[in-house]
Design a protein around this ligand. Structure first.
Ligand SMILES: *[C@@H]1O[C@H](CO)[C@@H](O)[C@H](O)[C@H]1NC(C)=O
Ligand SMILES: *[C@@H]1O[C@H](CO)[C@@H](O)[C@H](O)[C@H]1NC(C)=O
Ligand SMILES: *[C@@H]1O[C@H](CO)[C@@H](O)[C@H](O)[C@H]1NC(C)=O
Ligand SMILES: *[C@@H]1O[C@H](CO)[C@@H](O)[C@H](O)[C@H]1NC(C)=O
Ligand SMILES: *[C@@H]1O[C@H](CO)[C@@H](O)[C@H](O)[C@H]1NC(C)=O
Ligand SMILES: *[C@@H]1O[C@H](CO)[C@@H](O)[C@H](O)[C@H]1NC(C)=O
Ligand SMILES: *[C@@H]1O[C@H](CO)[C@@H](O)[C@H](O)[C@H]1NC(C)=O
Length: 388
């Protein structure tokens, strides 16, 4: 479908376009007449995260509960508001009476910010994987949200990497288990060795060379929105042939059912995805594909011994996760395949339920961008959360 050089250039292209046409979450939400707030959270290692909040629905202001939504790799808080009220998860929860907070992990479009490091000039900024998102970003953000709302626990929903980081937090910072009342994982990416997605498999195959390449060129940021896409891909997306082509390039990464894509929304999606991440986040996933383990970043034998005290990176202990948890997954998910999801379910300390989406073609990205996500997935989330 697309050649290896194209894939490689997608993965390592680093072109410094000025961000011009990105649709911003505060503007999107305000245009719908919903209240929206921007907040800044500083982590213990100096990253400044710009998170978003819809404090209540348009009319319903009788709040009791706080919901927190966490996006996947290369994505942002825009995932939860893109399609508007009744269609995107943040609005649905706000209208149900939740105070809705949406995270943005370090290095994405909203969180390219640090107290001392400049992401544009100092590559030290990009030396992190989703291990740091789970063990540092999430705890800082959750503490901030609890402090702002005066609550002692929140309702957590994550998609894809948004689930990975939850499990990293639960395993490495067990004191946070009680700060999450209940957790819903959409298409969880924890064990990945049965993953089908060809692009991620190719990335896994090139794990080492890609890492060296990125060091060589000092390329430590992957796929920032607009810089990489704006001029090239958006041009491809005009005209029928172009639309199909650009749809493939974008979604071949993660997978989408042909019946779930609303072509009319594609230009809007392209203005927010991909929102950027670090090369190490992608490589850490590639390591899981290769090893079949859910473990810390593999630094190579010698450095592993220095850092972890053993030659292989230690596993995250999933049995230590005591937060009541639910999993919603789908049969045709190219990334979170059923075999791997079942293994996660068996390993969890406090699994309350596991549900298969009632659509055999539902794919990894459909949980966010699928036309039927509200009916097939979001209504289920609302009912699961309301039981706690
Ligand atoms: C408003 O939110 C409360 C609390 O979640 C809920 O019980 C109620 O049904 C909601 N009312 C409307 C009109 O949506
Ligand atoms: C960085 O964070 C500060 C808040 O600490 C904010 O005022 C500033 O606008 C942010 N800069 C960028 C580029 O996001
Ligand atoms: C990047 O930041 C680190 C840590 O503050 C510092 O030691 C290093 O000199 C900086 N590098 C550049 C190129 O500014
Ligand atoms: C929890 O947060 C909600 C929403 O912000 C708020 O209305 C409620 O008063 C808070 N509960 C407590 C006990 O502070
Ligand atoms: C799932 O997504 C992948 C990647 O976009 C696609 O190639 C595949 O055809 C999708 N599966 C179905 C059944 O649509
Ligand atoms: C597709 O998106 C357009 C533009 O937002 C919207 O008007 C239309 O209802 C959507 N179609 C479906 C089937 O959701
Ligand atoms: C996980 O649980 C085991 C057994 O209860 C315990 O020995 C270990 O210290 C826990 N790990 C963490 C990170 O708390």
């Amino acid at each position: 479908m697309i050649s290896l050089p194209v894939i490689m250039s997608i993965l390592i292209t680093q072109v410094a376009f000025v961000v011009t046409s990105t649709v911003l979450v505060p503007e999107l939400v305000a245009a719908e007449g919903y209240p929206i707030e921007s907040h800044y959270v500083t982590t213990t290692d100096g990253y400044i995260l710009n998170i978003h909040r819809i404090p209540h629905g348009k009319t319903n202001k009788t709040l009791e509960k706080v919901a927190y939504l966490q996006h996947g790799i290369l994505q942002s808080s825009s995932n939860f508001v893109l399609y508007g009220p009744g269609k995107s998860l943040a609005y649905i929860l706000a209208d149900e009476g939740y105070d809705v907070w949406m995270g943005n992990s370090r290095g994405n479009f909203y969180s390219r910010n640090h107290t001392t490091l400049d992401p544009d000039t100092n590559s030290t900024f990009w030396q992190f994987s989703w291990n740091e998102v789970g063990s540092l970003d999430l705890p800082a953000t959750i503490d901030y949200v609890l402090e702002q709302t005066g609550n002692t626990s929140i309702y957590y929903v994550g998609h894809s990497q948004g689930t990975t980081v939850f499990y990293v937090m639960g395993a490495t910072r067990p004191e946070y288990n009680d700060k999450i009342k209940v957790q819903v994982s959409l298409a969880p990416t924890v064990f990945l060795n049965h993953m089908i997605s060809p692009v991620l498999r190719i990335l896994a195959f090139f794990e080492e060379p890609l890492y060296r390449l990125s060091e060589l060129f000092g390329v430590n940021e992957l796929l920032p929105a607009d810089r990489f896409l704006a001029n090239s891909i958006q041009e491809l997306c005009s005209g029928d042939v172009g639309t199909i082509l650009c749809e493939n390039i974008l979604f071949v990464l993660f997978g989408i059912s042909p019946f779930q894509m609303n072509i009319t929304e594609l230009p809007l999606i392209l203005k927010t995805v991909p929102a950027g991440c670090s090369t190490k986040e992608a490589i850490h996933f590639a390591q899981l594909v290769n090893s079949g383990k859910f473990c810390q970043y593999d630094l190579g034998n010698a450095t592993n011994i220095e850092t972890y005290g053993e030659s292989t990176p230690p596993d995250y202990d999933l049995s230590n996760i005591t937060t009541p948890s639910y999993i919603i997954h789908s049969k045709n998910d190219w990334v979170a395949v059923t075999k791997d999801v079942d293994r996660l379910a068996a390993a969890l300390g406090n699994l309350k339920g596991k549900y298969l989406v009632d659509d055999d073609l539902f794919n990894h990205s459909d949980f966010i961008f699928g036309i039927n996500a509200p009916a097939l997935v979001y209504s289920k989330i609302v009912s699961l959360l309301s039981q706690h």
